[in-house]
Every structure is written in structure tokens, then in C-alpha cells.
Design a binder for this molecule. Structure first.
Ligand code: AMP
Length: 511
């Protein structure tokens, strides 16, 4: 028997099995009216009401609904109210500038744009057919309780979400994730991390980022409780762990560091000791951080690896029984690797050292970009753009980034996008943007600039110029003026040479 996999399956099971259970505790500190303590029955009602409102707006299955929001219950419910009824959700990074959001809304062809109240003014002039602010009056237009939504006949190959990600091109590309992709990703991630209906999940990861790695679906389908967290703060993470009995969360190494720093100042027992598991990805955390998760926090550290293009789960590294007797440091040295392939995934290293993946979680393609899709998926293997090795135990380690992408605080920055912006400045003759190691953010954006003769522009001027046009995290944190930049005979920038002096003393060329 073939039954198509659908995003709606997760909420359907939650309402059938756990209808009366509190499924979402919304953030209380938010500009919109919080949707506090929602039972799964109520979440289902809201999802249906959202689908009915989209019917009334004549938004058809396959049409795109964009949302720019910090973590919130309304965003979480949209995964079911939009995707569960055949529309395509486009969750947009709330850190992007007005122009960057406008680009995504236009390219995805979204007919609805839902905006966080905090971003209402900044995004006021982004064009879109229907625009609503989340909360307050927006709720009246976004939820219709007086009619039943049109049912959608699920198609597992239909696109459920389009997630824009910065890669190697000057503009972000839209990654098309199908219902089948997200279903398999969510269930396999839940399987490897042992999710159950006893779990309490803290949303320390932005939900827009690769659909919160699939946890919004996994936690719902298995009846766990979601605790929405809007702004990252180490102390607040510990406080919420204590308040809500949190058992599981996902984080970039930057968030792990913020939590560790808060723990050192924390009065009394660390909340969640011997209870919380923290799933980390985005960059390779140092061994010291991994060891401290165990010693300072008393939490279990699990590393995963993947990309927006792979829904994202490709590999997982969770301490196995053979490592139980090891000292903390020895176990940390094993956990520093990206892990073994997740169930249903094959990984191999190409001749040039690139990690290739084959799995049901690999995207359908880049939205409206067949050429880029064909370059990314070749002969049934997805090219990750990451350099890596697989050791004798079958564990993958990510050692390098072959694509020209900088990862800062868990966010991707395409060097070329920042280079393009600087090139637009009339005083800039040449520019190379590189990632350099940074204690807080892992990597940070640095621009090496050759000015036109006689130019008077300063570092600060150029940084301000970028900040005006680009998201804050893409803006260079430092600019160095040079008289020339290393190039090959054919004039191509030699990025590896330019990066080298900043990476002395590091075993890997990513941080
Ligand atoms: P994104 O599409 O924004 O999720 O970024 C995906 C990229 O993050 C990958 O291509 C890697 O470069 C990096 N990444 C994710 N997880 C890890 C990890 N565990 N170790 C090293 N790099 C990682």
C-alpha cells in the first residue's frame, strides 16, 4: 500500500493521541499577543483556521506563503496550517535587510507575506499581494474559524517549504523541500536522538533555519511539548530549562558557548543536569566545548551534520555504549566528528575531497534554478561543498569548506554577496571577502580591499556602507586595506593564500 507522506500527518497524530496535552508554550516576551499554552487540539484548530483563511484569500495549493518571524507559536503553527493544506511555506531569516527580504518574496512569487510586529516598519514597503502583521489585527485575517478548510489530497513529492540559503552565488537560492523530504528527515532525526512524548523541547534554534532542522514536525508527531524561545540569551536558556523541565534542544556552537558562559555565573545546581540532550551543528565545536557540556552542564552532547539542501540531517554522532567507560576528554575527542551516516543516507568523499551524499532527504532542487540544481545533484549524489574525511570507524569529519561560504554564529554568508556589495562602492577597486576565526562567532567576515588611487574612504565608512544594505551578520567586522590581492595567472583570487595567515595554528580550515 502506498500512502503519501505529508506534513499534516504530524499534527493529525498529535491531535488524535494527545489532543488535551499542552503542545506549545508560546514566548511571553514578544510584541504580539502571545498564544499561551496551546493544547494540540487548539493547535490543530488554529492550523485549520489558517488554511481556511488562505482559501478565502484564494491562495491555491502550490502557492507560496512567506513568513518573516522570530520564533513564535504562530510561525510554528504555520508549518501545519500552510504546508498541511498544500501551500508552500517560505520561512525567511528575520535578520535579513529590507532588500534581501524583498528579493526572496519576489523570487519565490509569494502571494502572502506574514511579518513579525518587530519588523513591521522595516519591511513596510516590501511588495506582496497580501501582507499581515502577526498577532493583533493580523490574527483576524490569518485565522478563520467560521468555515472548514478545503481538504488537500496529499502528494509527497509536492514542495512543502522553500528555504532560502546563502551559498556560492551573489543571491540566496531557494531550496525546495518536499513533504517526503521533511517527513523522512523529521522521523529519522527523532529516531537517532530518541524523541518521545516525555520530551520537552526548547526552541533555541530559529525555526526558519532548515525548518528548525525538522523538530517542529518531529516533536509534534510524537506528542512532545514545544517551549518557544524568541531571543537567545544563555541565562534565559538555563532559566527556561528549569522552569519547563526541558529535556532537549538544538543549537549552533555559539549558542552552546553562550549557555556555558551563563552556567559559570549561575547560582546553584545547573538546571537539566543528567536530563538535557543538546544537538549541535552548523560548525565543528572545539573538543573543550564538548567536554564542558558534559562537565559544566551535565548535559548530553550530540553532534549532527547537514545542510538546508538536505532537510538537513546527513550524519549523527551520539555517544555509543562502547564509549561509556572513557574519560570525558576521550569521549569529547570522539564526539568532535560530524558522525556516521543517518539511517537511509550514504556518504562518500569525492576525488577532490568533497563530501557527497545520497539520501531521501536531499532537496527536490533549487527553486527556478535548474542549472544550479544540476550542478548540485550529479549522478544521484548531492555535492555538499564541504571538504571532509571518513575514518576507519566510518565517522565523517568536516575539515574544510570548498564552497566560498563563511559560517558565523550558525548563519551562512556567501563571500561573493559581500564582495558584490563592496564592489558597488565607488572607491573600491578590488575586494576579497574571507572567513577568519573568531572566539565568539566561530568565524567572522573580513574584507581585504584595494582602493582606487587617491581614495579617502575609511574602514568604518565601508563597514557602515555594508551594514546599510546587508544583514548585520553578513557585514564585515574588519576591513584591511591592501595594495594588491594574491591571484592566479588567470586572475582568479587565491582565497586559500589570503586566508592562510589568519588560520595558522588551526588543524582545520573551518571553525
Ligand atoms: P545551512 O545550510 O545554513 O544549514 O549550512 C550548512 C553548512 O553548515 C554545511 O555545508 C557545513 O559547511 C556547515 N555545517 C553544518 N553542520 C556542521 C558540522 N557538524 N560540522 C561542520 N560544519 C557543519
Amino acid at each position: 500500500m502506498f500512502v503519501p507522506l505529508s506534513a499534516k500527518d504530524f499534527i493529525d497524530r498529535a491531535v488524535t493521541v494527545y489532543g488535551e496535552r499542552i503542545g506549545i508554550v508560546d514566548e511571553s516576551q514578544q510584541p504580539a499577543e502571545p498564544l499561551e499554552s496551546l493544547s494540540y487540539a487548539r493547535i490543530d484548530e488554529l492550523a485549520r483556521a489558517q488554511a481556511a483563511a488562505l482559501d478565502a484569500l484564494d491562495v491555491q495549493p502550490g502557492d507560496r506563503v512567506a513568513i518573516v518571524s522570530h520564533n513564535s507559536a504562530r510561525l510554528l503553527i504555520s508549518f501545519f496550517g500552510v504546508c498541511g493544506y498544500g501551500r508552500v511555506l517560505v520561512p525567511i531569516n528575520f535578520r535579513l535587510s529590507h532588500d534581501e527580504v524583498a528579493y526572496i518574496v519576489e523570487k519565490s512569487g509569494a502571494s502572502v507575506l506574514l511579518v513579525d510586529p518587530e519588523l513591521e516598519d522595516e519591511l513596510a514597503t516590501v511588495p506582496c499581494r497580501h501582507k499581515f502583521t502577526l498577532g493583533a489585527s493580523g490574527d483576524e485575517q490569518m485565522y478563520r474559524f467560521d468555515v472548514e478548510p478545503q481538504p488537500w489530497e496529499p502528494d509527497e513529492d509536492a514542495t512543502a517549504t522553500i528555504n532560502y540559503t546563502s551559498g556560492t552565488t551573489a543571491h540566496p537560492k531557494g531550496v525546495e523541500i518536499t513533504h517526503r523530504n521533511l517527513w523522512i528527515n523529521a522521523t529519522i532525526l527523532a529516531l537517532h536522538t530518541g524523541v518521545s512524548d516525555r520530551d520537552v523541547y526548547l526552541h533555541t534554534l530559529p525555526m526558519f533555519h532548515a525548518n528548525g532542522w525538522g523538530m517542529p514536525f518531529a516533536m509534534t508527531g510524537l506528542g512532545a511539548r514545544h517551549i518557544v524561545l524568541r531571543k537567545i540569551d544563555g541565562n534565559e536558556i538555563l532559566r527556561r530549562v528549569a522552569e519547563h523541565g526541558v529535556t532537549i534542544m538544538c543549537a549552533s556552537p555559539t549558542v552552546v558557548n553562550a549557555t556555558l558562559a551563563a552556567a559559570l555565573e549561575w547560582d546553584g545546581d545547573i538546571p537539566g543536569r543528567d536530563r538535557v540532550r543538546i544537538i549541535v551543528a552548523g560548525a565543528p565545536p572545539p573538543t573543550k566545548t564538548i567536554a564542558q557540556v558534559e562537565t559544566v552542564l551535565g548535559w548530553e552532547f550530540i553532534q549532527i551534520y547537514g545542510l538546508t539542501e538536505t532537510s538537513p540531517l546527513l550524519s549523527v554522532n551520539r555517544s555509543r555504549s562502547e564509549w561509556d567507560e572513557l574519560e570525558t576528554e576521550q569521549r569529547a575527542a570522539k564526539l568532535i566528528r560530524a558522525g556516521t551516516p543517518s539511517l537511509g543516507t550514504s556518504l562518500r568523499i569525492s576525488e577532490v575531497g568533497e563530501v557527497l551524499a545520497r539520501s531521501n532527504v536531499v532537496m527536490e532542487g533549487y527553486w527556478d534554478q535548474p542549472k544550479e540544481t544540476a550542478e548540485a545533484i550529479e549522478d544521484g549524489w548531492f555535492h555538499t561543498g564541504d571538504g571532509g574525511t571518513i575514518d576507519d570507524e566510518g565517522y565523517l569529519t568536516i575539515t574544510d569548506r570548498l564552497k566560498d561560504v563563511i559560517i558565523t554564529g550558525g548563519e551562512n554568508v556567501a563571500s561573493v554577496e559581500v564582495e558584490d556589495m563592496l564592489f558597488n562602492h565607488p572607491d573600491v577597486a578590488e575586494v576579497a571577502v574571507i572567513g577568519v576565526p573568531d572566539e565568539k562567532w566561530g568565524e567572522t567576515v573580513k574584507a581585504l580591499v584595494v582602493l582606487i588611487p587617491g581614495a579617502q574612504v575609511t574602514q568604518d565608512d565601508l563597514i557602515k556602507y555594508c551594514r546599510h544594505h546587508l544583514a548585520g551578520y553578513k557585514t564585515p567586522t574588519s576591513i584591511e586595506f591592501r595594495s594588491e590581492l594574491a591571484r592566479t595567472a588567470t586572475g582568479k583570487l587565491q582565497k586559500f593564500k589570503l586566508r592562510k595567515p589568519y588560520w595558522e595554528g588551526y588543524d582545520r580550515r573551518i571553525n
